[in-house]
Design a protein around this ligand. Structure first.
Ligand SMILES: C[S@@+](CC[C@H](N)C(=O)[O-])C[C@H]1O[C@@H](n2cnc3c(N)ncnc32)[C@H](O)[C@@H]1O
Length: 280
């Protein structure tokens, strides 16, 4: 029997990273909500529409989309992470928005029904596919003709100080991690605009636009921001890989984040693409 696609990512998001995202949901939502809102505005969801939220995680954007489509619409969040979906289910139940629901599904392989959705949306949930052309072909098949797509993804690491500052703090004490293929599944896999254009065009999308979006993100108090920096992203991995340097790395992390702390919490610049397209 052949291995199903995305087994590595399914394992990853059901292990410590998924549990971490679930437990830090409030802090992470606070950081990235404005970027999701920018993609949502670009999608321009309308009352009564049926919308898929790809890689919906803890459901923040599923709820936002559900409010936008109203009770006559439908929003289905799809994700592979059981701990994050559990948080999403609790939040949806508490919201009493009957038009919102989530399923455990690999968006690359799931049959969402042919030509039955008005739009696809994602906040940082489409950069993890083992086979992006196959995934977007599958997603395009679920869209009605003329259906819309909007997602937000990161531009290159070097343009994202919210990530490079904690990394630089850690690298004062430990050697850099082994370089990986920039196109490997991961947060920066869609940093190259030509690659994204090629994947979307190959899947049958037209009117493809990658609009650069620069916005400071943060808003968490220093101690909370430190927890996020320690547990999510490369600094956390370097601490895990070098437990003897933990105290030194944490001290430098605190110094780096303190330099960006103000009355409204810790803020760093971020750089993303707001990607929009239409099914031809
Ligand atoms: C960086 S998190 C973003 C989560 C959420 N969209 C948010 O903004 O809070 C990436 C999400 O993509 C999900 N994901 C990764 N590969 C996936 C796949 N093949 N199908 C569905 N979801 C996937 C992960 O489980 C995770 O929840």
């Amino acid at each position: 029997m052949s291995t199903p696609p995305n087994t590595a990512q399914i394992d990853y998001w059901n292990d410590t990273p998924g549990l971490t995202w679930a437990s830090l949901q409030t802090l992470l939502d606070r950081q990235i909500a404005p970027l999701g809102a920018a993609a949502l505005a670009a999608l321009d969801p309308r009352a009564g529409e049926r919308i898929l939220d790809i890689g919906c995680g803890c459901g923040d954007t599923t709820l936002a989309l559900a409010l936008a489509v109203g009770p006559e619409g439908q929003v289905l969040g799809a994700d592979i992470s059981r701990p994050m979906l559990e948080v999403a289910r609790q939040r949806i139940a508490a919201s009493e928005l009957a038009q919102a629901s989530v399923i455990e599904a690999d968006a690359q392989a799931e049959d969402f029904g042919a030509a039955s959705w008005d739009a696809l949306y994602s906040r940082f949930g489409v950069m993890f596919f083992a086979d992006p052309p196959a995934a977007f072909a599958n997603l395009a098949a679920a869209l009605k003709p003329g259906g819309r797509l909007a997602f937000v993804c990161w531009r290159p690491l070097k343009e994202n100080p919210w990530m490079t500052a904690p990394l630089a703090a850690a690298l004062k004490h430990v050697p850099p991690p082994q370089p990986t293929d920039p196109n490997d599944p991961g947060p920066f896999a869609f940093a190259d605009p030509e690659r994204v254009r090629g994947i979307l065009a190959g899947a049958g999308f037209g009117d493809i636009v990658l609009a650069p979006h620069d916005e400071a993100i943060g808003g968490n108090a220093l101690e909370d921001a430190l927890v996020v920096a320690r547990k999510v992203g490369p600094a956390g991995r370097l601490i895990a890989d070098h437990p003897d340097q933990r105290a030194d790395i944490l001290a430098s992390l605190r110094e780096a984040l303190s330099a960006h702390d103000g009355p409204d919490g810790v803020w760093f610049d971020s750089a993303t693409w707001i990607v929009t397209a239409t099914k031809a």
